[in-house]
Design a protein around this ligand. Structure first.
Ligand SMILES: [Zn+2]
Length: 581
């Protein structure tokens, strides 16, 4: 029986010298980052003393995030800490793993390392305990991503991940996260909105798996290596982009072969960084966090982009009719093809009588016209010149940005400005789905940051309109890292005692949902669909079966207890006015 697991490319190694490791392809480095023998969260517990598991639960998903009270010894002092760790599998010992792999129920309980809503609920509770007991928070990140199933959506996984980010940006104690193995997508960003982010030398930190990126770029999953090369997914590259604060050396070689040396190396790094954070007085923790995140992000400020207000409202034919939307089905599941009267549709807020779904996605300019008093919108000078930066030189991204600007009349997906609602001053942030799917990126985080500062300075409410299908893969992990930044900005507005209102429109998924879509007083547009974390197509591909018919619509979300307020389009302005005045 072999005592170790080997990837095919490992067989030719004489030893794991830095030169050999550097020579691996990006995809091979990716595979090594979740080598089954790399130490997992529970293996790292030997760094600490007086361990006490808390929030133990047998519920499905609970084992994927585990939490412990512990002490970290620094010089002669024992520092109380709260540990929150993603445990991506039952064991890092290959022989043990081979024994238990024959137990299907056990394997199922580990859910391929993908946390569920219960997992994140545990993390949120652990942050609360840490606040109450004044324990510094140390987080271990190791996940292929959050669970993409209908069950997890019904459990509100988007709002649980969003809630975890909120809990961490609002934590009353200092926070450190360490990416130990693979930190992928929203499942990872949930736990890295911290005061310091460390990463093990051979770990990866990425917004989308190379396979999924390949599907989008090349329409198949066989170009994962090219996708990985383009996306710059190693933590070393993350460090060079400034989204990881420090790399933790795996001194003798990769952690899957030299685990004790790597664990010892992380211990040294944690002691060093905990010492640093310990110096911050408890009433300076939040201010320190604001200072750290204010520096996160890169953008161009040179090109002038013309603003051309563009509507996405359809133009009817001479009889007042428009083309039927794609995939319209009546209550009996029969396809409907005949044109619809635009006047009728407008009266119903674009909710189709036959299928009950919102059929038109408005542009950012349409929302400005719908919600703000006529001609009251003035774009912020402070955000006007923030553009998306092609930091990865992602193929075709530069050209795409030019085309999207032309198409939407916007500089980036988000535009922010001052405006009035029935005479009340507000700061208004609107996001256009038509601009690269409205995906969350560095410019979104920075614009919300600066708009929040304006709202605080002028003492006015902040209104955000959420739309978008996820975090932008073209900017790699940097787009994802701006999500906690946006959340921290919103917390600053709320701390200043000002209302934050978020309008949830169709679609609000992934990065947009766990970012500002999770925050403030939320108005869900009635009839809207595609609201949650994973999109319908991703879920159907992963599970191999269809989702329910009304999946991720406002009514489905209400049934599952996830809507604050459901508001028809034409009543949005009135509802916001009632909240803010
Ligand atoms: Zn319809």
């Amino acid at each position: 029986m072999p005592s170790h697991f080997y990837f095919p490319f490992e067989k030719d190694f004489d030893h794991y010298s830095p030169k050999v490791l550097d020579g691996l392809s990006e995809y091979e480095k990716y595979q090594l980052s979740f080598h089954p023998e790399r130490p997992k969260y529970l293996d790292y517990l030997t760094i600490f003393s007086s361990l006490e598991e808390c929030l133990h639960s047998k519920e499905f998903g609970a084992c994927l995030i585990q939490t412990h009270r512990a002490l970290l010894k620094i010089d002669d002092e024992n520092i109380p800490v709260m540990l929150i760790g993603q445990q991506s599998g039952p064991s890092s010992d290959y022989n043990t793993f081979q024994e238990i792999v024959t137990d299907p129920a056990l394997i199922k309980s580990w859910n391929d390392g993908m946390p569920t809503p219960i997992s994140y609920e545990k993390a949120i509770k652990a942050v609360k305990i840490a606040n109450d007991e004044k324990r510094m928070i140390i987080i271990f990140v190791d996940t292929p991503g959050a669970d993409p199933t209908e069950e997890s959506e019904a459990g509100g996984i988007a709002w649980r991940i969003g809630g975890t980010i909120k809990a961490l940006v609002e934590a009353e104690v200092p926070t450190i996260s360490v990416i130990i193995n693979r930190g992928c997508s929203g499942g990872a960003i949930a736990l890295t909105g911290t005061d310091i982010t460390l990463a093990m030398e051979n770990s990866t930190y990425l917004v989308i798996t190379p396979e999924a990126c390949s599907s989008i770029l090349y329409h198949d999953r066989h170009h994962a290596n090219e996708a990985a090369e383009i996306s710059q997914i190693t933590s070393k590259e993350g460090f060079s982009h400034g989204i990881v604060d420090a790399l933790v050396e795996e001194p003798k070689g990769p952690a899957h072969r030299f685990s004790q040396e790597s664990i010892q190396s992380l211990k040294t790094a944690l002691i060093k960084n905990t010492k640093k954070l310990k110096e911050i007085p408890i009433d300076g923790v939040f201010e320190n966090r604001v200072k750290r995140w204010s520096k996160m992000g890169q953008w161009e400020e040179k090109i002038e982009v013309d603003r051309v207000p563009k509507s996405r409202l359809p133009v009817p034919n001479s009889n007042g009719y428009i083309k039927r939307h794609n995939g319209c089905e009546d209550q009996n599941g029969k396809r409907v093809f005949d044109p619809i009267s635009l006047e009728q549709l407008t009266k119903k807020d674009f909710v189709c009588d036959d299928c009950g779904l919102r059929t038109i996605r408005l542009s950012a300019w349409d929302y400005i016209n719908l919600i703000l008093d006529p001609n009251s919108f003035k774009e912020h000078v402070e955000t006007a010149s923030i553009l998306d930066k092609d930091i990865l030189e992602f193929p075709g991204y530069g050209e795409k940005l030019v085309a999207e600007r032309e198409k939407t009349g916007l500089p980036t997906a988000m535009i922010t400005g001052d405006g009035k609602i029935d005479g009340n001053d507000v700061v208004f942030c609107t996001n256009d789905f038509g601009f690269l799917g409205g995906s969350f990126c560095m410019s979104t985080g920075e614009k919300i940051w600066r708009a929040a500062e304006i709202a605080i300075h002028k003492k006015v409410p902040m209104i955000l309109q959420a739309a978008g299908g996820g975090a932008r893969m073209h900017a790699g992990c940097s787009s994802m890292v701006s999500i906690p930044k946006a959340q921290l900005a919103i917390t600053r507005v709320e701390k200043a005692g000002l209302p934050v209102v978020t309008i949830i429109t169709d679609p609000t998924l992934g990065g947009v949902a766990i970012g500002y879509g999770s925050r403030g007083i939320r108005l869900f547009e009635s009839g809207a669909g595609n609201i949650g974390f994973s999109g319908k197509r991703v879920i159907e591909q992963y599970t191999g079966h269809s989702v329910t018919k009304d999946f991720q619509t406002t009514s489905w979300l209400t049934k599952n207890g996830h809507t604050d307020y459901v508001v028809p389009l034409r009543e949005l302005k009135h509802s916001i006015k009632n909240i803010i005045s």
